[in-house]
Write a new protein. Structure first.
Length: 438
């Protein structure tokens, strides 16, 4: 007769039977393997959101953050929290539309709203982007000027480099180089630490809003918000998601690419403001006319190395933006007009795309080399064009992302619509207020 099986409890300190050990080890290996697979997949789709958000810190953005720190100290750091939330909301929608539809934003606008609206958007966007491209090359000239390099040499070589990068590469290779450029923004946190900010004041002003009613504070507040989201960013991000082949299955991880990019770019902004607050504001050197002046002013206050890193960050930002902005404009216009586009296509397969990219680089760089050019007026006009186009682009996006025929089950939820519409309205109002103030 078989005896009934009895459970035996091992006494304390006794050797555990091998079966439970093997089961726990198998579960641990499965958990670890799952996370390893997710990490590999994340880095496979990583890039579009991170690059797009970091290009937001272009020479114009760096100048705005430098002014905020130089003129108001740490007082405007609190704006970076709502700015980051707004950036995440809008960028997430653009990337989600690309993943859900497999089409760029220009494509969707043309299909859903017709050619007239598309032509208007492309016309204003092209004009605004041209002014922005000229501003990026101007930032390159200013940054290299710190090292005694003539703008004619710096801009000419820079234009050739970014042109070769895109026209002679393929998407995966170009993206890796752009990610590397984005990582060089680490120069700003290092520069800020060398400036020795008052960290307790910086953290307190980040968490607790400080409001003032003077014109300088209001102008800078509007400037920080108004430079956060520009129309080209949405077009470029969506086109990049499509060209990389990110679909519905990959989008859960792609969202983290967007979120991480938005957080990193505004962390960099935090350190730019902190560096200038700790040096220029404290010393009373508060009147700067471009980001290069901020880099030069840091030298006697925070040391030569801090000034050098600030300048390197400016040059890097100018090169990255000078590569991305013409690319974004070429994507937008070619998609909207129905021409073939994409870095993975050969010149013969997408001639309009590559000729347009070439023309934007050539004319944008050439514009900066015109003697006695009133570049500040050009930048101002481009910002006005951005302000006119932004509400149109955001309205298109919010209508499209709520259409079941376009998005299927990836439409906005009610809560997300409330957040997105509120964010969009605030950004639009602030942008127009900034333009009116300017």
């Amino acid at each position: 007769m078989r005896l009934p099986t009895q459970s035996v409890i091992a006494p304390s300190g006794a050797e555990e039977s091998p079966a439970p050990k093997r089961r726990r080890a198998a579960r641990a290996r499965g958990w670890l393997g799952s996370w390893q697979a997710k990490l590999v997949l994340f880095f496979a789709i990583f890039g579009p959101g991170f690059i797009t958000a970091n290009v937001d810190n272009d020479p114009g953005g760096i100048f705005t953050y430098s002014q905020a720190g130089a003129q108001t100290g740490y007082l405007l750091l609190w704006t970076l929290i709502p700015i980051t939330i707004a950036l995440i909301v809008i960028q997430e929608m653009a990337a989600r539309m690309g993943a859900a539809t497999g089409k760029g934003l220009s494509d969707l606008i043309r299909e859903e709203f017709g050619f007239r609206w598309t032509f208007f958007a492309m016309l204003v966007l092209g004009a605004a982007d041209f002014g922005n491209i000229a501003a990026e090359f101007s930032g390159l000239a200013a940054g290299m000027g710190i090292f005694g390099v003539s703008k004619y040499i710096a801009v000419s070589i820079g234009a050739v480099l970014v042109w070769l990068l895109v026209t002679r590469g393929r998407y995966r290779g170009v993206e890796k180089i752009l990610i590397l450029f984005s990582l060089i923004y680490i120069a700003y946190p290092i520069s800020a630490f060398l400036a020795h900010p008052n960290w307790s004041d910086a953290i307190r002003n980040t968490l607790v809003p400080s409001l003032r009613g003077d014109n300088t504070y209001l102008f800078l507040l509007l400037g920080l918000i108004g430079t956060t989201i520009t129309p080209w960013m949405q077009f470029y991000l969506q086109a990049s998601v499509v060209e990389k082949g990110i679909g519905k299955k990959e989008y859960a991880l792609s969202r983290w690419d967007v979120i991480s990019g938005c957080i990193v770019t505004d962390v960099v902004s935090f350190f730019i403001i902190a560096a200038c607050a700790a040096t220029l504001f404290v010393s009373g050197h508060r009147n700067i006319t471009d980001a290069a002046q901020a880099a030069e002013a840091l030298r006697p206050l925070a040391g030569r190395f801090a000034s050098l890193l600030f300048a390197i960050g400016l040059i890097n930002a100018a090169l990255l933006s000078a590569a991305i902005l013409p690319l974004a404009t070429s994507y937008n216009i070619c998609e909207g007009l129905g021409f073939e586009s994409g870095i993975d296509k050969r010149f013969s397969e997408a001639p309009a795309f590559y000729w347009l990219y070439t023309a934007l680089i050539a004319f944008g760089a050439g514009f900066v080399l015109i003697p006695h050019l009133p570049l500040l007026r050009v930048i101002l006009i481009s910002q006005v064009a951005n302000g006119v186009l932004l509400p149109v682009v955001l309205t298109f996006m919010l209508i499209l992302i709520n259409r079941e025929s376009v998005m299927g089950d990836m439409r906005n939820s009610r809560f997300f619509n409330i957040v997105a519409w509120t964010t969009s309205v605030v950004i639009v109002l602030m942008t127009f207020a900034m333009i009116a103030t300017m």
